[in-house]
Each structure stands twice: as C-alpha cells, then as structure tokens.
Write a protein that binds this ligand. Structure first.
Ligand SMILES: *Cc1c(COP(=O)(O)O)cnc(C)c1O
Length: 433
C-alpha cells in the first residue's frame, strides 16, 4: 500500500495544527506511523487520499451505525441544510429528537441538546452539583467522559494511551473535587463516600468503551444505585458511546438499574456534532431558564445536526431487530479473532455488547483499567499496522472500542478474519524467531 500523499499531508498539517490533528488519538501516536488522510467514505469503506480503501471498524469513533453516506441520513441533512444552517431559535426538530429519546429511555423525562459528548457530561455534572448543592464527584479510573476540567483525572482513551493521567492546565483546585474509584469495585466507591460528605454524583460508563470494551457487572451498577440513594447523590450513566450502540436503549436496555441523569452523543448525531443530557423532570427543572443552573449554546440543537440524529434514531427504532444482527456480526468477528489467535498461539480475550466489540492480547479476563493495561501493546501495534496495510481500519489504540454497522456484512467480517489469521500467524512466527 502506498501512503505518499498521506505522509505529505500529515507533514503539512503539522505545520499549521498542533500534532497535525484536531483530536489527539487521530495522530496514531500509540501505534506509530502516519494516519491515512481520508478523502471520503462509502458504506463500509473509507478511502484515503492515496486511493487506498479500508473496511471501517472505527466509524468516526461510534456515530456511523449505518456506515458512510447512508441515503436516509444524507437526504435528511441536505433537505434541512437547504432551509438554512442555523437560526439560534427553537425548531420543531429539537422537540422531535427529544421525544424519541424520552420515549426510549425510561430514566429520561427531559433532554437538553449540546454539541459534543464532552459538553453533555460537563453540563450534566454542573446540573448534579447545582441540584444537590455539593461539589465532589466520583469517577472511575479508565472511564472517559470527555476533556472538561473536572474529568481529566487519570482519564482513559487518548489520555491513558499517552501515559498522562491528568493534564497540565487543569487546576488542582478543581480536580480535588473529583474522587477516583476502581471500575467494577464497589468497595472503592464506598471509600469515596467515606472520604467525602459532599458527593454530588457518581459518573460511570455503564459499559466502559474507553479502556477497551469493559462492561460493568450488573451487581456493581446496583451497588452504585444503592450507595447514591443512601447518600443523596445522583447517579449519572455516561452513554455517549453505549447509547444506541449496545442496544436501542444503550446499557439501560441490558441492565435494570436506572440512573438519575444520562449523557448521550455519537449515534444521536448520525455523524454531525450532537451531544445531549437528560433525566428526571425535577432534576432537569433545575436547568436554566426553568431553574438556576446555567447552561447555553449558540449552535445547540442545530437543525442540520438534529435532522441527521432524527433520521438515525428513527431508523434504529423502526428496525429494533438490527441489534441482534449487530451482535451476531460482532460475535462472528471476535470468534474469528479468537480462533486466529489460538491457531497462532497468541493470548486474546474478547468482549461484545450489541454493535460494540473489543479485544485484548492477554490471557486474563479484563474487568478494570489495571486489567486493560495488561494487554500486550507491542502485539497490538504490530496487529494494527498490518491489518491497516491489508485494508482493515481498526481503532489505533488498544484502549478503544470497535464497531460494526448495518453495512458490515458477514462476507466483510470473514474477509477481516482471514486477514487477522494471516497477520497473527506472521506476528507469532516473528516473535518465535
Ligand atoms: C466519546 C465519549 C465522550 C466525549 O464525547 P466527545 O463528543 O468526543 O466530546 C464522553 N463520554 C464517553 C463515554 C465517550 O465515549
């Protein structure tokens, strides 16, 4: 595969943009090499500016559950764009998308739209603090909730990959209000509640997708619910990734625990920048202009973005059987990877939830960030690079989740598995040699 144009484009980008990218993970730092610069997408494929094509298992990090250029989403976007791009005034589209979400999520009576997952979580935390009159929050090591100040404390995803558990520029005065607990470990959460008498909320990815794919145990989520109730704290499920991905109702379609607030992003924008947070009426009533907790956005609820999200969500809602198909495909892919690894004598554990999949080059089941870190990074790097060279675009860090979509069919999965078998064989032979 030739990458000359991407190499030149990356060099040029670095002259004008820090690191050449607008979000760190895109720079391929954890796997090395040059990121392909993308020209276009079509169905299951990405095409780079050198003309190479790749089966896309990243899907813009989650939003593209119908693949690239889905005709219904495309039409909704074009029709809406022709009526004007933004008004800064209410539109019916916002109510329609809000109603779809409220109908699906029993924990959500009202929703407010923002422009990213980061913004959704940041606003939900402010609301939780405002509603409880408390400052401290609890987050889990390895969970990622965007890059707002209170949450850049040993964050997962890109930050963990770079080995920078917290970031310069974040005031210590703020992060001292963020208590860290271990994922799937209730005892560590109890210790946080003992250490603070002012916990506003516990925020958790009910299916962690930013330390690789690591689902929470149901009894762990139940325990969080009980602890929050006992202490008058709010429970926030960050479903920015798992929402509409793990099931039509996100993680809440798979477990019976209900949070007080939920954050959304990714799929609800259908590829446009959208985030949202929602919850019970009495909590949401604290939000400005109904209540005193301030939150705003010039482009929030942007009509084109709402139209893309609506088309996406309505399509999922009218085909609920899709999730069984997603899950079967993701399982087929992960079983294929496991068989390939077994044949090559490499360690591999895998996980699937709906359209989400994850794999770690380790022998032991992964339940938390410590476990995720045991994944063999040299093997992951070699695997990622060689799969890319064979036209398979996987997330460029072992701390990311992969996705299947409606357009990645069994034939493409079998093609991917065949490449994985060949690549794992090569890696095992070179390691043995
Ligand atoms: C992606 C993600 C975010 C941040 O969303 P952005 O749109 O990138 O700001 C927050 N929480 C979770 C669980 C995510 O996966």
């Amino acid at each position: 595969m030739v990458h000359d144009k991407s190499i030149a484009a990356f060099a040029e980008a670095q002259r004008y943009i820090p690191g050449g990218v607008d979000s760190p993970v895109r720079a391929f730092k954890s796997v090395g090499g040059t990121p392909p610069f993308i020209d276009r997408g079509e169905g299951p494929y990405l095409y780079d500016i050198d003309g190479n094509s790749y089966i896309d298992y990243v899907q813009s990090w989650g939003p593209l559950i119908f693949g690239h250029c889905d005709p219904d989403i495309e039409e909704a976007v074009i029709t809406t764009a022709k009526k004007g791009l933004s008004f800064g005034a209410p539109t019916v589209l916002e109510t329609e998308l809000a109603r779809e979400i409220v109908e699906l999520f029993e924990s959500v009576d009202k929703v407010r739209f923002v422009n990213s997952g980061t913004e959704a979580v940041m606003s939900a935390i402010r609301l939780a603090r405002g509603a409880t009159g408390r400052d401290d929050i609890v987050k889990f090591v390895g969970c990622y909730h965007g890059h707002s100040d209170s949450l850049l404390v040993q964050a997962g995803s890109g930050a963990a990959t770079f080995g920078t558990p917290s970031s310069p520029g974040v005031p210590a005065d703020l992060t001292r209000h963020t208590l860290l607990a271990e994922y799937n470990d209730l005892e560590s959460v109890r210790r946080c509640f003992e250490a603070s008498d002012g916990i506003a909320c516990v925020i958790v990815e009910p299916i962690a997708g930013n330390m690789g794919l690591v689902p929470a145990k149901e009894e762990f989520l139940f325990g969080l619910r009980e602890l929050c109730d006992a202490h008058g704290a709010l429970l926030i499920f960050d479903e920015v990734m798992s929402g509409f991905r793990a099931s039509l109702r996100g993680a809440q379609g798979l477990v019976s625990v209900r949070p007080d607030l939920v954050t959304f992003g990714k799929v609800i924008g259908g590829g446009m920048p959208v985030g949202a947070f929602g919850g019970r009426s009495e909590v949401m009533a604290q939000l400005s202009p109904e209540g005193p907790v301030y939150q705003a956005g010039t482009l929030s609820g942007n009509p084109v973005a709402m139209a893309a999200g609506l088309a996406s969500v309505r399509k999922l809602k009218s085909h609920p059987d899709l999730y069984a198909t997603f899950e079967a495909r993701a399982r087929r892919l992960m079983e294929g990877f496991r068989e390939a690894a077994a044949a090559a004598g490499l360690p591999l554990v895998t996980e699937v939830r709906g359209s989400m999949f994850g794999f770690f080059f380790t022998d032991e089941p992964v339940r938390d960030f410590e476990g995720a870190k045991r994944g063999d990074n040299p093997i992951f790097k070699a695997f990622h690079r060689r799969m890319l060279e064979r036209g398979v675009y996987l997330a460029c860090s072992s701390y990311e989740t992969g996705f299947v979509s409606t357009v990645i069919d069994d034939a493409l999965i079998d093609e991917t598995v065949a490449h994985a078998g060949a690549v794992m064989g090569e890696i095992a032979r070179e390691r043995g040699a």
